[in-house]
Design a protein around this ligand. Structure first.
Ligand code: CUA
Length: 338
C-alpha cells in the first residue's frame, strides 16, 4: 500500500488491504487513547499539583453519568474491533469452493508443494494472478508456519492434521515465503518464494513441467497396492467397508449417532485411526495404516478419493503401468484452471 510507511509489506492479495485497514484501525484507536490519556495525565499533574504542604483537596463524589459514558464508549469500540476482526478472520480461513488446490507438506527445513496436476515444487510456489488458491497443508515432523507477508496470509501447520489456507494474488511478482514458527536449527533458512504469474504464463509453466504423476493417479496406484479396494470397492464390496465413490464432501453417519463431513481431515483420521469415527453399520475391522503411509502418500490417497465421482469404477486390481498424461481421475491439467 503506502510506500511511505516502510514497515508495511507490499499488498499483493485481495485480503491485504482488508487486513491492513483493520490493523490501522487498531493502531489508530490505540494511538488516540495513548495520547489522550498521557496528555490528560500530564495536564492534571501540573494543573492540580500541591502548591503548599497544608493544601487539602476537595473530596470528590462519584458520578453515574461519567461512569456510564466511559463504560459504553469503550464497549462500542471493543465490539467494532471484535466484529470487524471476526469478519476478516472468517474471510481468511474459510476457503472458497472453486479454488485451485495445492498440497503443502512442511518438513525440517523445507516446503514441499504439489499441484493437483502433479507438478512438484520445493520452496517455490507458482500461481496464476487473479485466481483463488487453496492450500491443504500439513507437516511431517514439527510445527511450521506458512507465512506470505505480501498476501497477509499465515497459518500454522500442525503434525497429524490438515490446515487449509487460501489467497488470491492481485499482481504478478515474486513474494517472500517464510516459516514463522521456530522449528529447529535451520528455521531461519526455511524460506522460499511465491511466484505470481499472468494466467497465460502460468499455463506455459504448467505445461512445461509435465511428466509428474498427479496426486490422484499416484493415489489410485496406492489404493490398489494397499488393498483398499477389496473392502472399499464401488459398492462397498462384501459389505465390509463403505463405498468411497462420490462420498467426499458429503456427510457420514457414524455408529455413535453423530454425523461428520467427509473432508480431508476425516479421511486422514480414518486411514490412520480407523476406529475413531466408524460409519454406522460397519464393524471395527479395518487395520490402521499408521506408519505405513507417509504424509505425501496420505495426500495422494485423499486426492484419489476426492476424484471419485458417484458411481465411479474402482478397479479391484492394480492397472498396468499407465503413461502419465492419459485420461486419469483428476489428471486434466486444465480441469481446475478455468
Ligand atoms: Cu519451519 Cu520454522
Amino acid at each position: 500500500m503506502q510506500s511511505w510507511i516502510p514497515l508495511v509489506p507490499e499488498q499483493a492479495s485481495t485480503l491485504s488491504s482488508k487486513v491492513d485497514a483493520l490493523y490501522f484501525y487498531l493502531s489508530g484507536v490505540t494511538l488516540f487513547f495513548t495520547i489522550l490519556i498521557s496528555a490528560t495525565l500530564i495536564f492534571f499533574v501540573i494543573r492540580y499539583r500541591r502548591r503548599s504542604p497544608y493544601e487539602i483537596p476537595r473530596p470528590v463524589a462519584g458520578s453515574h453519568k461519567l461512569e456510564t459514558v466511559w463504560t459504553i464508549i469503550p464497549f462500542i469500540i471493543a465490539m467494532t474491533m471484535f466484529f470487524w476482526g471476526a469478519t476478516v478472520y472468517f474471510q481468511q480461513y474459510k476457503p472458497p469452493e472453486n479454488a485451485i488446490e495445492v498440497y503443502v507438506v512442511g518438513k525440517q527445513w523445507m516446503w514441499k508443494l504439489q499441484h493437483a496436476t502433479g507438478q512438484r515444487e520445493i520452496n517455490e510456489l507458482h500461481v496464476p494472478v487473479g485466481r483463488k488458491i487453496k492450500l491443504i497443508m500439513t507437516t511431517e515432523d514439527v510445527i511450521h508456519d506458512f507465512f506470505v507477508p505480501a498476501f497477509r496470509t499465515k497459518a500454522d501447520v500442525v503434525p497429524g492434521r490438515y490446515q487449509t489456507l487460501w489467497f488470491e494474488a492481485t499482481k504478478p511478482g515474486r513474494y517472500h515465503l517464510f516459516c514463522a514458527e521456530y522449528c529447529g536449527t535451520n528455521h531461519s533458512g526455511m524460506t522460499g518464494s511465491v511466484i505470481v504469474m499472468e494466467p497465460r504464463e502460468f499455463d506455459d509453466w504448467l505445461s512445461g513441467n509435465t511428466g509428474n504423476t498427479t496426486p490422484a493417479v499416484a493415489g489410485q496406484q496406492l489404493y490398489q497396492t494397499l488393498g483398499c479396494a477389496s473392502c472399499h470397492g464401488p459398492n462397498g464390496e462384501g459389505g465390509r467397508g463403505p463405498t468411497l465413490a462420490g462420498a467426499f464432501g458429503g456427510p457420514a453417519n457414524l455408529e455413535s449417532g453423530q454425523s461428520v463431513t467427509i473432508d480431508e481431515g476425516y479421511i486422514r483420521e480414518s486411514i490412520l485411526n480407523p476406529q475413531a469415527k466408524l460409519v454406522k453399520g460397519f464393524g471395527p475391522i479395518m487395520p490402521t495404516f499408521q506408519g505405513q503411509v507417509s504424509e505425501d502418500q496420505l495426500v495422494q490417497l485423499i486426492a484419489y478419493i476426492k476424484s471419485l465421482h458417484a458411481g465411479a469404477e474402482i478397479p479391484a486390481r492394480a492397472p498396468g503401468p499407465s503413461p502419465a498424461g492419459t485420461a486419469q481421475p483428476g489428471a486434466s491439467p486444465t480441469r481446475n484452471l478455468r
